[in-house]
Design a protein around this ligand. Sequence first.
Ligand SMILES: CC(=O)SCCNC(=O)CCNC(=O)[C@H](O)C(C)(C)COP(=O)(O)OP(=O)(O)OC[C@H]1O[C@@H](n2cnc3c(N)ncnc32)[C@H](O)[C@@H]1OP(=O)(O)O
Ligand SMILES: O=C([O-])CC(=O)C(=O)O
Length: 383
Amino acid sequence: MSQTDAPAPTQSRGLEGVTALDTELSFIDGQKGELLYRGYGIQDLAENTSFEETAYLLWKGSLPTQAQLDELNAQLREARPVHPDLLDHLRHHTPKDANPMAAMRTALSMLAAYDDEADVMDAEANYRKAVRLTAKLPTLVAAFDRIRKGLDPVAPKQEGSTAHDFLYMLNGEEPGPAAEAIMDAALVLHAEHGLNASTFTARVISSTLSDMYSAVVGAMGALKGPLHGGANIEVMKTLLKLDESGQSAQDFVDEKLAKKEKIMGIGHRVYKTLDPRAVILRDMLEDLSEEKGETKWLEMSDTIRTTVKETKGLDANVDFYSASVYYLLGIETDLYTPIFAISRMTGWTAHLLEQWEDNRLIRPRAEYVGPRGLTVTPVAERG
Ligand SMILES: CC(=O)SCCNC(=O)CCNC(=O)[C@H](O)C(C)(C)COP(=O)(O)OP(=O)(O)OC[C@H]1O[C@@H](n2cnc3c(N)ncnc32)[C@H](O)[C@@H]1OP(=O)(O)O
Ligand SMILES: O=C([O-])CC(=O)C(=O)O
């Protein structure tokens, strides 16, 4: 049978329900609201592992021993500084009002030029690149934020956890233990989620045997979109606007739904119930709200969520409560998606390592629905 005679492949709008490949990285039960990374429940991981342990689990397939964790922490700390040219680029060649995801997409791409192993495609080199990318992105995000505020970037301490060093570089002062613990848990929660749009993008790119940097730059582009990782920024914008307007959360939702507009942070392609990460993030928000004496974001969010659930049967996703958590930590709204990327870098790169273990070009088909049999009219005769 020739290629053109081949039976039409399974088709589904937005590839909904299509299984593209096997993975050992995560399992999602969208009906029950269950998420496992390599067999471990997300709640267990968020409560009992650090981001670095989770990263190791994703990359290597098992939780690290203390010695393995110490080694990974040392590698991450060592790799945190970025080449001065990158800081110069952020300082002198990146507009202060640039979209942070665009700035980071470019910075990630530039990192490749400073990595001697960028195009080395063996598994060990690719693992080392995954570690370096995970180490350097927090430094770049923090440097970008400080430079645009007219401040000097703060060099990484290269001592504590990713969460600790990131908050330290961002604010120029040591984070308290509560802030560090919240950031660490948020990084665990966002690390991996199957064939989401950005991970799929990364895997498609990697399946051409292009390099890890190219794949994560593409993934950054996909994550930026408001239907994906960009939703956490939109959630906070919505809450801030609602707060300013004085409109009730209930009226706001009714109005939006009547106009057939989407409520950001709600709905998910896979979860048909509450996202298990949203449960954990809501608990984190509740604790933080009490600690800060600021409960309005939680109250507004809960009303929005209940109203959409009652009207449309849709529930909150990971981006819904994370927005207010980051807000109460004092983080700039437009950094929420870059923070998501800091975490998801581990999932993306783990998928790339998995893809290259047994690579096959990812190349689906499109059903042609345009005309056929047209013939060219000379340009002078076209009207
Ligand atoms: C990390 C992440 O990427 S999590 C997702 C983050 N994205 C968001 O929060 C953006 C808001 N949510 C959405 O846009 C969607 O729920 C998506 C894109 C996440 C998944 O949606 P899909 O599976 O493609 O569903 P689709 O967009 O086709 O919607 C199906 C129906 O639910 C409705 N719907 C879906 N999400 C929402 C929402 N957030 N608000 C209101 N209605 C919604 C649609 O309007 C549609 O209704 P209809 O059948 O009456 O026309
Ligand atoms: O899985 C998805 O479609 C979106 C995503 O990345 C997540 O929920 O973490």
